[in-house]
Design a protein around this ligand. Structure first.
Ligand SMILES: Cc1cc2nc3c(=O)[nH]c(=O)nc-3n(C[C@H](O)[C@H](O)[C@H](O)COP(=O)(O)O)c2cc1C
Length: 399
């Protein structure tokens, strides 16, 4: 039983807060230079979609069952035929290595220890081969350019590195405007300036643990996994980041990847039942219902609303979810609404920024503990028992 391994006091120490995963926000704000904090915590434009993601869970409430023997509990969930200790994993996040000490490796190792999947981002700054060697993580998220030659070479590299699950992020045809991050000096690649230098100097913990680590090696960080070869540097006064013809990406390219990639293929960023059905027809093994944490289209519905619609015409593939999950009960509501598995973004990287690998382990343990408590209080011992409890659309729950 996973919950027995939970050490809530360590979690509290690491996250220095008392509000569950949402409490990480205030703690990480103190740790990170503002440009990085606002890039991590923020979303696009007015951040309305991100707010909708967070709020959506409040519109649902369970009717718990009582006087049920729940002394034997398990949080395990099956994903692509593999039994996982917990029903959640860690979503892909770019720039992790600049935000947290050895960020990609810390996330990979903590996920491996907890027996959950971690998806390495295509915008990561650690070579995928290195991350693969550091943990048992085997999911890679690609930012696939709409150019056939580049696709084949990237797919071959991912396969050679030993990943078995390829996630194509589909909701990034163009770069959105992250206005809050930009206001605080964040852009990609990062353009060195006096203002940013001051932000670094006034956050000595981050400076020491991330930037000065390995004798300023961080200043040479590059986008390592955008393509078959090395990408552009993160710090550059002149470069623009070449994201390829991402605006030309279409289902034809998904077909091309499907023909070449032998492992599990997942599309991330699906929001409609029609696209979910097309994915199933294209031979895709699973989708992640996601609006990119509100970081792309800022007038998109919440991911939870999209999930509900997709479930109405349930496609024959594995249905995963991300967006706004901050409590154990959020995980259970999402599973009850029809998802097979969920992913958590910001809180995990915030935990890494605060406490490194240990911080991520604490955040995972905290969420596991909350799921365990909610499960017991709902009167069910296993996730399969969710079929027997009622979830109501209860707008009063959020007021
Ligand atoms: C800092 C940051 C970087 C991200 N980078 C990527 C990325 O490289 N690829 C991707 O598919 N999604 C990326 N995302 C989106 C997440 O994978 C995920 O969809 C989102 O964070 C889920 O919402 P949540 O943060 O509310 O849990 C990023 C999110 C954040 C916060």
């Amino acid at each position: 039983m996973y919950a027995s391994k939970v050490d809530p006091s360590a979690t509290r120490r690491a996250i220095d807060g008392d509000a569950g995963l949402a409490g990480l926000d205030a703690a990480v704000r103190r740790v990170l230079p503002p440009a990085l904090y606002h890039y991590l915590a923020g979303a696009s434009d007015d951040e309305a979609t991100h707010a909708r993601n967070l709020r959506a869970f409040g519109d649902y409430a369970f009717l718990p069952k009582v006087l049920v023997d729940v002394s034997q509990r398990s949080l395990s969930a099956s994903l692509f035929g593999v039994e996982r200790n917990l029903p959640f994993g860690i979503a892909p996040m770019g720039f992790s290595r600049l935000i947290a000490p050895d960020g990609d490796i810390a996330l990979a190792r903590a996920a491996t220890d907890a027996g959950i999947p971690f998806i390495l981002s295509g915008a990561s700054l650690t070579r995928m081969e290195e991350v693969r060697a550091a943990g048992a993580t085997s999911w890679f998220q690609a930012y696939v350019p709409g150019e056939a030659g580049r696709i084949a070479a990237l797919v071959d590299r991912v396969e050679a590195a030993g990943f078995d699950t390829l996630v194509i992020t589909a909701d990034t045809a163009v770069h959105p405007k992250h206005e809050r991050a930009a206001r605080h000096g964040f852009r990609s690649p990062v353009k060195p300036s006096l203002g940013l230098a001051w932000q670094g100097l006034s956050h000595p913990g981050w400076l020491r643990r991330v930037l000065l680590r390995d004798r300023l090696a961080a200043l040479k960080f590059r986008f390592e996994n955008m393509d078959a070869g090395q990408g552009p540097p993160v710090f550059s006064a002149t470069l623009t980041r070449d994201i390829g013809r991402r605006d030309a990406l279409s289902w034809h390219h998904v077909d091309a990847v499907r023909r070449r990639w032998k492992g599990k293929l997942v599309i991330k960023g699906i929001m409609t039942a029609e696209d979910a059905a097309t994915a199933a027809q294209a031979g895709v093994d699973g989708i992640i219902v996601s609006n990119h944490g509100g970081r792309q289209l800022d007038c998109a519905a919440s991911s939870l609303t999209a999930l509900e619609r997709i479930v109405e015409r349930r496609p024959p593939l594995t249905l995963m979810y991300d967006g706004g999950i901050r409590r154990g009960a959020d995980v259970l509501k999402t599973l009850k609404l029809g998802a097979d598995f969920v992913f958590v973004g910001r809180p995990m990287l915030m935990a890494a920024a605060i406490g490194g690998q240990r911080g991520v382990a604490d955040a995972i343990a905290l969420l596991a503990q909350e799921i365990d408590i909610a499960l017991a209080l709902l009167g069910i011992g296993r996730l399969a028992g969710l079929a027997r409890v009622e979830l109501l659309r209860d707008r009063g729950a959020s007021s």
